[in-house]
Design a binder for this molecule. Structure first.
Ligand SMILES: Nc1nc2c(c(=O)[nH]1)N[C@H]1C(S)=C(S)[C@@H](COP(=O)(O)O)O[C@H]1N2
Ligand SMILES: [Mo]
Length: 401
């Protein structure tokens, strides 16, 4: 690489410049057919990203092709899925002028540059799964409105940054504090569109696992994943992981902004599930991840050669940690224990694998089931709610040997 090219790339990374606009990028690629009705999607390269599955260009919503999860437990930054709600996503953030503000009900409002965050606070790291609340929504039956994800609205990364707790302690939280609210730099195109804001209870916000991250897998965050800093709430759905985080505000009430009061709520019913005709039930803000597991080296419909097969996959949960993963080759009648891979911490993807020898030629229904250290496990019964959240039932894969 030439010196000038290298310098250009370095400065693009430092400022988070988007070198091409999203819509211009779309002509480049082909198409994929996700396994659902109306599942045809274009592939395209966005700035700092490899070719990903395009759900929307404005705002950018990009899905990770599922075979990526058969690689490292850490999803590469350029393959990591992207989801924004508002069309006004800045295409550059200047570190010279960017400031993170901590204010509201605090003793001393504070303002930080990213350099100050890097220099003045102890750095901490966590490996954690970032999963969209609506990941796998496209498999809901009956279908529901919203981003029609297959299973690639998730990723796992090593996040590095400062503890939210340290910032709050430095600012001094007021006695009547109830929640902490987080706002990014993105905005709607119409003035009436509510800013994207999320809030956490003050008692939870001081949990030392929650961080304001500036690095992802050892590099600055890609712009589309929230450069220069974003909130990391390990074990919680990604809607709380506010990107391009600019304002942290301590408030004395339960936040009633649109993204807390109206959007991202789940039925407060057993299993958070309802029937499509059900109405009038109470709702609560979506919260922790549910345990999930997937096969990563076979897809539904695959034809396999005879002989021993290595079946590989991933599992994760909200942070209790994966205790076991089991594989069934008879649709769930009998189960075989898988071998777990290395442990990158309780919030991470955990790889697993098992050698399976099909007893003969013919059709098989593979199924995988994860169980956590607290006993949470997966069942065959899919959750249903009108927003298409929390999908986590046992996945099955029809294969033919
Ligand atoms: N500022 C901002 N942060 C945001 C969002 C957004 O629209 N704006 N979307 C949230 C949602 S719903 C998801 S699923 C994740 C997606 O994170 P990613 O794009 O890094 O994969 O970002 C979260 N943080
Ligand atoms: Mo999301």
């Amino acid at each position: 690489m030439t010196q000038s090219r290298r310098r250009f790339l370095a400065s693009a990374a430092a400022t988070g410049t988007l070198v091409a606009s999203g819509s211009a990028a779309i002509a480049a690629g082909g198409f994929v057919d996700l396994p659902m009705t109306n599942g045809r999607r274009p592939l395209a390269k966005f700035p700092q990203k490899r070719e990903l599955i395009v759900q929307s260009t404005r705002p950018p919503i990009l899905e990770t092709p599922f075979n990526v999860f058969d690689g490292s437990e850490l999803t590469p930054n350029d393959a990591f899925y992207v989801r924004w709600h508002l069309a006004g996503v800045p295409d550059t953030v200047d570190l010279g002028t960017f400031r993170l503000n901590v204010g509201g009900l605090v003793t001393m409002p504070l303002t930080f540059t990213v350099d100050q965050l890097r220099r003045d606070f102890p750095a901490t790291e966590v490996v954690a799964v970032n999963q969209c609340s609506g990941n796998s929504r496209g498999f809901f039956a009956p279908r529901v409105a919203g981003g029609e994800w297959a299973n690639g609205g998730m990723g796992n990364a090593r996040w590095r940054g400062v503890r939210l707790k340290d910032l709050l302690t430095k600012a001094g939280v007021g006695a009547n504090a109830k929640q902490v609210r987080f706002t990014g730099l993105d905005h709607g195109i119409l003035p009436a569109t509510p800013q994207f804001m999320k809030a956490l209870d003050i008692n939870f916000a001081t949990n030392p696992d929650i961080i304001v991250a500036y690095d992802m897998n050892g590099a600055p965050l890609p712009l589309l994943n929230g450069f220069p800093v974003r909130l990391i709430v390990p074990g919680w759905f990604a809607t709380y992981w506010v990107k391009m985080l600019a304002n942290i505000e301590v408030i004395d009430h339960v936040d009633d902004n649109f993204w807390m009061k109206t959007a991202y709520r789940i039925p407060d019913t057993p299993g958070n599930t309802v029937t499509p005709d059900q109405t009038g039930y109470p709702t609560i803000p979506i919260n922790t991840l549910r345990v999930r597991s997937f096969v990563t080296n076979f897809a539904d419909g695959d034809k396999l050669p005879a002989g021993v097969q290595t079946v590989r996959g991933i599992a994760f949960d909200s942070g209790r940690g994966i205790k076991t993963v089991e594989l069934s080759s008879d649709g769930g009648a009998t189960w075989m224990p898988a071998i777990l891979g290395r442990d990158l911490g309780p919030y991470s993807f955990r790889k697993w694998q098992i050698a399976w020898t099909p007893p003969g030629a013919g059709p098989y229904t593979l199924a995988c089931r994860a169980t956590t250290n607290s006993g949470e496990t997966q069942t065959n019964v899919p959750v249903w709610n009108p927003s298409g959240y929390l999908r986590s039932n046992i996945e099955t894969y029809k294969v033919t040997v």
